[in-house]
Write a protein that binds this ligand. Structure first.
Ligand SMILES: [Zn+2]
Length: 164
């Protein structure tokens, strides 16, 4: 598969790759995931939407007509993410980090402090000014310690900074 820019590469995760789907979304990649989809429908959707199939199972490779498929080597989701990035020659874009809901795959919208006042814990409301909202699940997101630890892992996927 020739390398493509990250923003053009979209994924569909098989049932065996659900935790990877969350990581991909956190890294900004459009990743469809419906764990109960049978192989035939998974393939049809991947073809229709031009998505790369991600799976832990080689079973799907026995199908005749297939869109691009990446079979994941590791059981560990972050190692799977690293494999996807390396094998497809992708460069994650830090500006896209945390732009998607990890649970719904929808792009997050900005939420005002007024909108979240009654929803987020008071200590968060006191200390955070910027919030995002998912219109799929209604979750509110903000930069916190959890996000910081995820960010540190995502940053290990970026190419080393050039120049001196
Ligand atoms: Zn959501």
């Amino acid at each position: 598969m020739p390398p493509r820019s990250s923003s053009q590469t979209r994924f569909i995760a098989a049932a065996s790759a659900g935790r990877l789907a969350r990581w991909l979304r956190l890294a900004g990649f459009d990743t469809s995931y419906h764990p109960r989809l049978p192989d035939g429908l998974l393939i049809a959707r991947a073809m229709r939407d031009r998505r790369v199939i991600l799976t832990r199972s080689r079973r799907i490779l026995a199908r005749r007509a297939l869109p691009p498929v990446l079979v994941l080597k590791s059981e560990e989701p972050f190692e799977q993410l690293r494999q996807v990035i390396v094998e497809l020659g992708l460069t994650p874009d830090p500006r896209e980090f945390f732009n998607r809901c990890a649970f719904c795959n929808l792009v997050l919208e900005t939420a005002s402090r007024d909108e979240v006042r009654e929803i987020v814990p008071p200590y968060v409301f006191k200390t955070r000014k910027e919030y995002r909202r998912c219109r799929g699940c209604g979750r509110i997101f903000w930069a916190g310690t959890h996000q910081a630890s995820i960010l540190r892992r995502l940053e290990t996927l970026l190419p080393p900074k050039g120049g001196s």
